[in-house]
Design a protein around this ligand. Sequence first.
Ligand code: 3HC
Ligand code: NAI
Length: 699
Amino acid sequence: MPATVSYEVTDGIAVITIDNPPVNAMSAAVRKGCWEALDRLAADDTARAAVLICAGRTFIAGADITEFDKPIVDPWLPDVVEKFEASEKPVVAAIHGTALGGGLETAMGCHYRCALPTARVGLPEVHLGLLPGATGTQRLPRLSGARKALEMMTSGRQVGAAEALESGIIEKIVEGDLRAGAIAWARELLDGGAPLKRVSQLEIHDAADMDDEFYAEYEQQLARKARGFFAPFQIVKCVRAAVNESYSDAFRTERRLFDECKESTHSQAQRHLFFAEREVAKIPDVPKTTPVRDINSVAVIGAGTMGGGIAMNFVNAGIPVTVLEVDQAGLERGLGVIRKNYGVAVDKGRMTEAQLEQAMGMITPTTDYAGVAGADLVIEAVFENMEIKKQVFTKLDGVCKQGAILASNTSSLDLNEIAVVTKRPGDVIGMHFFAPANIMKLLEIVRGEQTAADVIATAMATAKKIRKVGVLVGVCFGFVGNRMFFPYIREAQLMMLEGIPPERVDRVAYDWGMAMGPHAVMDLSGLDVFYKLNNEWRERPDDPVYCRMINVLTEMGRQGQKTGAGTYRYEGRKAVPDPEVMEIARREAQALGVRQIEVSDEEIIERLLYSMINEGARVLEEGIAIRPGDIDVIFVNGYGMPRYRGGPMKYADMAGIDNVLAAVEKYRARYGDLWWTPAPLLEQLARSGSSFQAWSRNR
Ligand code: 3HC
Ligand code: NAI
């Protein structure tokens, strides 16, 4: 028997222990080990029942995700689950940590389930673009009812032990020692003559009124919550089969639909992101053992749009914050916005009035730099202006205690230039939050030329503490996210001059899966923001066509939603296409000699995305991003790109780099070299039939 699964008998009860660190995934070796353990149990006269338990920090966390891209190795997980159920001797699953996916499916193959009060269970396959494919879609409805199972499986939500007990997913909570408790319970079940509870043979207790109307309504709700995703709808079909078909027929349906999911680009994309989001924390020259500095107090300089949201993150994590503004009026305005934001949470019932006051009590307002001298971490969020930033950092250098980390939230400026105004450039780092800063998950952590390793490690750890996804990037204009977003915006802007209505471009981008189209995003952030950024970009090639409409509209005072008109006109928050804007675009195009053209939806997507991907290849060549997966993590967490596309670089890999290059060359032939020269890395990968992912792995 492989060492990952052990078998021993204590007083008539066999204990089957899985020990496959870190999370006891059901790898081929574990499946084989369980199979052999069950054979041994059947033949073992000294054992009357068995307990299935795991060593280490958790019960089985699911199938081994790394095996999905490899040929299947026997025994198959569904067969292992069925073998547990077929055992003539009762098997009790003893759960600690999390029983997830194939882990919960295995537990549901057992005859009884007990768990520690702290344990959690769930079927999160949907997050990987999959469905529970080892009989989970058939078993969970039989234990919890079909409605609850639908909700759990389409959302991937985990439930705690108490909720699992209440809904019938487990039968017992064990206080204290799980192994001893589970053995004692197995003995109790034997002594009480408890029958073998075979989940596949149970009735679904709430199946009666699940008719066509119910499913249609459920799918309608899902279409809103999980727009564009594939797996949630496959899960609905599986539950429908569970309700309407025999167990064995419905299981075959589950298998077929699982395979469809597994082969889909959605699942490839979502599995890629699962690993990319874990890999992002690994920085080659900043090992895990790098010491981190304690962050027990934070100061934020500037309480505007970003500063307020940044402060809220730390308050929410229980870390007190001092907020510094130029004057009392600035402070009052800033704190007013924070209070209003917390007020929304109170209105929605997510927070009490008392908690609001407690949160506000953790913020100390000041206009005096002496007030931030003791902070462990200072985050500057003043105007995006190099001179002002330099003044602020000079002052911080003068007052802040030794060892304090001095961070800037700049979204584009040269961090190295800011760092060298201090006598401690090693302590200076970028922490680039995304608006709204209290909500968006992404945090780009910008490494300057001199930033010390422990400062990087501390910033990464801090991101985790405030529940952000921290991605380390290098210094260049716009860092990774904005630098790659500019070409996307540039193409959307050029299309306007070419006579393609913004609402069409936005619809195509939205249908592809973006949370909002490029024009709607610009109107939301403010065209003036892009206008200023474009002007700050010192190395920008001279091109009068570049983002021309941003300039024209901003100079007309059409800054976007905040002025009631930008690229769209606004009726309240509703965007209305404005014929006047297209008229202006036509005039500008004529003056600039831009041809009016007809384009397909496919071309719209290609130009938006491939321009971005080409820039992504340069970002990788220059080492601004460590890995292609890091870029993907940035775009799904900070730019509203749907997870089922995997991020721009994974999307390029799935489209085929040669196809991406061919399209880039096509646009280069039409528009010239200025913006469409292929990145050398793109050419190299296309030539060698490689992908960004393979290139990254083999480096
Ligand atoms: N397969 C392979 N590796 C896995 C894994 C899995 N199911 N789950 C986690 N890992 C790996 C991670 O990649 C990570 O590796 P690394 O250290 O090399 O980066 C390591 O285990 C630790 O994972 P985390 O950093 O995520 O550890 P946490 O303690 O933060 O979280 C967890 C633990 C809650 C178990 C979390 O890892 C998790 O959610 N795992 C995935 C659960 C899941 O999706 N299960 C369903 C799998 S699909 C399935 O079962 C299909 C079936 O229905 C047929
Ligand atoms: P903002 O204009 O809303 O706020 C800036 C605040 O800083 C104002 O309240 C101002 O009074 C204060 N301030 C100015 N000079 C100061 C000084 N010397 N000392 C103390 N306070 C001072 O600007 P916003 O949008 O919050 O941007 C701040 C920074 O965040 C900029 O660097 C910007 O590039 C960056 N950023 C902005 C994003 C956005 O979407 N708004 C997104 C990500 C980063």
